[in-house]
Ligand binder design. Structure first.
Ligand code: AMP
Length: 211
């Protein structure tokens, strides 16, 4: 399965990607996780991306398309993959198509703007491996640490001002992608629920993965 997860920040894409990844035995490719890793490692990519991320803006298309293409050319992607956070503009979607990658399905995970703001304030992330958590909806089994030993931190771009920008960017630049994939007959929609298990069920139904 070659799958794209679309949805606003805080919709639960990362968490659903993790669940689907285990279930389907394929890797998640998250541009947000890759960019934050580059920032932590202090690479040239990280230094370039940091300002955009902290302002809640998108990193330029050519940069992101470059890192995704490189990752998708690795052998393990042949059996399938889950793209989380890419594409985020119609230009990125077109570049993906032009590179010859055949996507099977695009899942749009829908939640309201009010829910996003509420969810992002409780969101945490492992500083070492990037696994997403939430203080209420998805606490770590190891308290204030990740099972890998990493500290749980709040993302720099989860503050109120940046979140507002990210929601606006989502509606203006990312949502139009839905039409692009709808026209190709690949778009399926799932509605995020209060409980994680209910959202997981909605996602499975939308993808035709019910037992
Ligand atoms: P995410 O973890 O997916 O919420 O991404 C966090 C931030 O990384 C975004 O707000 C953007 O600044 C940047 N980013 C992640 N993916 C992309 C992308 N496909 N295109 C441009 N910027 C991106």
């Amino acid at each position: 399965m070659k799958l794209i997860l679309l949805g606003p920040p805080g919709a639960g894409k990362g968490t659903q990607a993790e669940i689907l990844s285990k279930r389907l035995g394929i890797d998640t490719i998250s541009t947000g996780v890759m960019l934050r890793a580059a920032i932590r490692e202090g690479t040239e990519l990280g230094r370039m991306a940091e300002g955009y991320i902290n302002d809640g803006k998108l990193v330029p298309d050519d940069v992101v398309v470059g890192i995704v293409k490189e990752r998708l050319s690795q052998e393990d992607c042949e059996k399938g993959f889950i793209l989380d956070g890419f594409p985020r503009t119609t230009a990125q979607a077109e570049a993906l198509t032009a590179s010859g990658v055949e996507i099977d399905k695009v899942l749009s995970l829908e939640v309201s703007d009010e829910t996003i703001i509420e969810r992002l304030s409780g969101r945490r992330e492992c500083s070492k491996c990037g696994t997403p958590y939430h203080v209420v909806f998805k606490p770590s089994p190891n308290g204030d640490k990740c099972p890998c030993g990493g500290e749980l931190i709040q993302r720099a771009d989860d503050n109120e001002e940046t979140v507002k920008n990210r929601i606006e960017v989502y509606h203006n630049q990312t949502e139009p992608i839905k039409e692009y994939y709808q026209a190709q007959g690949k778009l399926v929609v799932a509605y995020g629920k209060e409980e994680l298990a209910d959202t997981t069920l909605e996602v499975a139904k939308a993808l035709g993965l019910e037992d």
